[in-house]
Design a protein around this ligand. Structure first.
Ligand code: PEP
Ligand code: MG
Length: 756
């Protein structure tokens, strides 16, 4: 059976298109199971009808024409029950419905199984036979197994739009793709795909007709790429600290390497090859050499050289008659996975939105989009993104939806929404200099979050009381190697100087999980349960001590630093981290630095830390609750996994109860408790957290005005009552409804987070 199954799957995968794949499937199943007919139905987009898409044994003219509504016949019944239906004689079943010119009266035995992927019924697969008999359990198992495999292939085809034309050949108009809401906001723009460059391996061998013209074209392409890299570096300079721009310098050095250029010129001038082939050979020779290297750093460089190779090739081709596309005014960057470097593909002022096929709302790209203030959609799933390049799209970051080539009505609706948003933002900006107090005057500290140096200006202008979470790892992630103490000192000093006397909470390096360093790959099966945060830095005291020294030195002049330890799971980890901090402090003083010991905090983002909050609090000066990780670990939902993103919600009653417990324990130990996860940026949740007793909230600068508006609209007693009620509820939906009702009653209907 396994062999038959494997053969069917192989043949289906080799099919040139979806109709052929479906035809192969039904024919092979009919033959393998020795039955009279095998037929496949697919649900249409609204799930209202099942369309006969392929058959071996029924009338072939019925394909694409027969549509059964959900309540009709045995097909509807299989889909409704979501389980196999095995009948000795189909015609005797009360739900049997004869379709004229299709069904055959001499078919009796019937077996239907649903095609299900991620709880959704995609269609129904049936087999029929002339005899009156029940199908054997082994036959049922076989069809169920095939259906499970087929469902995943079909799901892929549905996502890529391949089924849509088959199901509804006459349909026109807007297509909407559903992903995960990554960063709020709405934008219109043109799909731009970074690095859609020519592939080196595809370059054909040709002779150079005019070697000196080939040489000139090659030198021009090198100069263009060099200019591009320099330009990208300049454009990114508002986004990246100067030290991080070293990455571009390294690429420019590789590009101008004598041997790479020399080998290419030899290929053109001596061997007489045209420039693209000479360049291809020079680049691929180096790629192969680096790929063979044992050293992971060197093998990672192979991809850099290949990338440079593609860029130059692209310009060589454009120079030979092909024009490069101009960058659109408003770009929506679409990529499978997005790195900070991808953002360099378009100038920041043209970046309208981000769309990522992988990841979820808590992936660091989404967090970055929120920091920049542009909408982002994550986890769109496997889609042929190349197909959308150049399409006009609307990105709805609230609903996690992207509309491709929207029709005028949809466009107009969104245009109005964008105008209303701009108006609200302008009104909210007027709150910037107002204090964050409840309607009856009780203060709450509102801090900003930061990670890149650009944030300095935006934080200063945001009216935040300081920085509640500075994620130091972003500066490590966009580099080629671990930054030195001096490089880090410069970055931290700039941040502290810009904010003084306002406090800056710097979190020590928190890598692992979805935050990896290109120069220090960590391969793990379960990275979120692995070597991350404090576990990594305690195992590498040389990296940790360097960072602590850089922070303490930077603070010597300003004294507004606070240090935060991430991913703490045990009391011993805090003790060890404090021991290393004392060592760094002592050594600096011995070196003559007037370094003061700053207040220290611990992040509570793992259940074990939540339940030892009291003991941990007594070891340090403050607590900071990281709800992003706390939610992931409490609910056992990987924050980066798009398939289960619907299960991730920080309003889960278990999360709320845990936060309430942490705050109570922190206060019991006489420590302040900050909230620094993304939850604090949701106005409804922020009001709830205040009611639960949080002393301060940290949110991205873009979210601060809404949070402040919400807090200023409630009295402290009202927030407490809201928290009391929320803590008694059973489900996320109930909590969300409670918050939405409260926001509407307070006149904040515009920022209500809709329940989907
Ligand atoms: C958190 O886990 O809530 C947090 C703020 O840390 P990060 O999102 O950087 O893991
Ligand atoms: Mg965290």
């Amino acid at each position: 059976m396994l062999e038959t199954l494997r053969r069917i799957v192989q043949d289906v995968s080799a099919a040139p298109d979806l109709p052929s794949a479906l035809a192969i499937t039904v024919n092979q199943i009919r033959d393998a199971m020795h039955v009279a007919a095998c037929t496949l139905y697919l649900a249409d987009e609204d799930n209202r009808e099942y369309v006969l898409m392929a058959t071996a044994g029924l009338n072939p003219r019925a394909v694409g024409r027969v549509r059964l509504n959900r309540q009709q016949g045995l097909i509807g019944l299989v889909a409704e029950r979501q389980e196999p239906l095995n009948l000795e004689d189909a015609a005797r079943h009360p739900r049997f419905h004869l379709v004229q010119d299709v069904d055959k009266e001499d078919y009796h035995a019937f077996l239907g199984v649903p095609l299900i992927q991620y709880r959704r019924v995609l269609g129904v697969l049936t087999i029929q036979h002339t005899a009156s008999r029940q199908f054997h359990p082994a036959e049922v198992d076989f069809l169920v197994t095939i259906a499970a495999q087929l469902a995943s292939t079909l799901n892929h085809a549905i996502l890529s739009g391949a089924t849509q034309e088959l199901l509804n050949p006459l349909a026109t108009g807007t297509r909407a793709l559903q992903g995960i809401a990554g960063a709020p906001g709405v934008a219109m723009g043109i799909v731009t795909i970074p690095h859609l460059l020519a592939e080196l391996d595809d370059v054909p061998d040709r002779r150079a007709f005019d070697p000196s013209a080939e040489e000139a074209a090659f030198r021009a392409a090198i100069a263009t790429v060099d200019n591009e890299l320099r330009g990208a570096c300049e454009r990114l300079s508002p986004l990246l600290p100067p030290t991080e721009q070293a990455l571009f310098t390294v690429h420019r050095m590789m590009l101008s390497s004598d041997s790479l250029i020399g080998d290419t010129l030899a290929g053109i001038l001596q061997a007489g090859r045209w420039a693209p082939a000479a360049w291809r050979d020079a680049v691929l020779a180096r790629v192969r050499l680096l790929e063979r290297a044992e050293d992971p750093y060197l093998s990672a460089r192979a991809e850099d050289i290949r990338d440079l190779g593609r860029r130059v090739l692209h310009h060589l081709r454009a120079g030979s008659g092909r024009q490069t596309e101009p960058v659109a005014e408003r770009c929506v960057l679409v990529a499978e996975e997005m790195s900070v470097a991808h953002l360099a593909a378009v100038p920041p002022e043209r970046l309208a939105g981000l769309v990522c096929l992988r990841g979820s709302a808590l992936s660091h790209v989404a967090i970055l989009a929120r920091a920049i203030g542009i909408p982002a959609i994550m986890g769109l799933g496997d889609r042929p993104i190349g197909r959308y390049e150049g399409c006009a799209v609307i990105v709805d970051g609230y609903q996690g939806r992207i509309y491709i080539e929207p029709d005028p009505a949809v466009r107009e609706e969104y245009r109005q929404l964008i105008a209303a948003e701009a108006e609200l933002s302008a009104e909210l900006n007027a709150l910037r200099d107002q204090p964050t107090v409840t309607r009856d005057g009780h203060p709450l500290s509102l801090y900003a979050k930061a990670g890149l140096l650009t944030d300095i200006a935006t934080v200063r202008d945001s009216g935040a009381e300081g920085i509640g979470l500075y994620r130091t790892e972003f500066a490590f992630m966009v580099r080629e190697s671990f930054p030195s103490e001096d490089e880090q000192y410069q970055i931290y000093r700039q941040m502290l100087a810009a904010l003084t006397p306002r406090p800056v909470v710097m979190r020590t390096l928190d890598i692992g999980g979805d935050k990896t360093l290109p120069y220090f790959p960590i391969e793990e099966k379960n990275p979120f349960l692995g070597w991350r945060g404090m576990r990594f830095t305690l195992d590498h005291p040389e990296i940790f001590l360097t960072q602590l020294r850089a922070m303490l030195r930077a603070n010597a002049e300003f004294n507004n630093l606070r240090i935060l330890f991430p991913m703490i799971t045990t009391v011993e980890e805090v003790e060890e981290a404090l021991r290393l901090l004392d060592q760094a402090h002592r050594e600096l003083r011995e070196d003559g630095w007037p370094a003061a010991r700053p207040p220290i905090g611990v992040m509570i983002e793992v259940p074990s830390a939540a339940w030892q909050a009291a003991q941990l609090a007594r070891k340090v000066d403050f607590l900071s609750v990281g709800t992003n990780d706390l939610t992931q670990y409490l609910l056992a939902v990987d924050r980066d996994n798009a398939h289960i993103a619907g299960l991730y919600d920080n309003l889960h009653p278990a999360v709320l109860k845990t936060i309430a417990h942490i705050i109570a324990e922190g206060h019991h130990a006489d420590r302040l408790v900050n909230l620094c996860g993304e939850m604090a940026a949701d106005p409804g949740a922020a009001v709830l957290l205040l009611g639960m007793g949080a002393d301060s909230l940290s949110a991205s600068t873009v979210s601060l005005p809404r949070v402040k508006w919400a807090i200023r609209s409630f009295t402290r007693a009202e927030t407490r009552e809201l928290a009391r009620q929320a803590l008694q509820l059973d489900t996320v939906r109930q909590v969300r409804r409670l918050l939405n009702d409260a926001l509407r009653r307070a006149g904040l209907g515009e920022i209500v987070h809709e329940i989907h």
